[in-house]
Ligand binder design. Sequence first.
Ligand SMILES: [Zn+2]
Length: 176
Amino acid sequence: MHRHVAAFAMTLILLGGGTAPTLGAQSTVRQPATDADLPSNLAAPPALKPLLSRMWNQSRTFRRQCARIRGESRLLVRIHTAASVSQSRGRAATYFNRGGAGILEADVYLAGPVDLIELIAHEFEHVIEHVDGLDLRRLAGLAPTTVWVTAHGMFETRRATETGRVVAAEVDGGAY
Ligand SMILES: [Zn+2]
């Protein structure tokens, strides 16, 4: 596990200067997504790659999320599927850790397989909220309709909830 993280940190250093994917704004024909289209600092089980590629191809909101994640050179997002209920706190949850070399590790646990598209986009938005520096505890006090604490003791946000639904609506078969 540790070795894997170290190897990935090395990759981040090498690829960290990469630019966000350039999308032909006028182009209506899109090439099939490849691994290169997804952020290099995203680690996902191989079985999830076709779904992530489909999301990337069909959802501009998901592409925006990926570009934001890709732009954070000191961030590593790891998706774990078939997570336990305690890991996923029901359906999905993300945990943040400051790992070696100051890399922020975001571990996304998905219980799945229901609503995977919505849940992945939802959790990615939580990752982006985190790198945006949102103080969820403070916001929950100031604006409880936008940030609140769930029965599982986790912060929930309207922003992540809505983004998950938007991406699911943009992807064909979003109820996957
Ligand atoms: Zn949430």
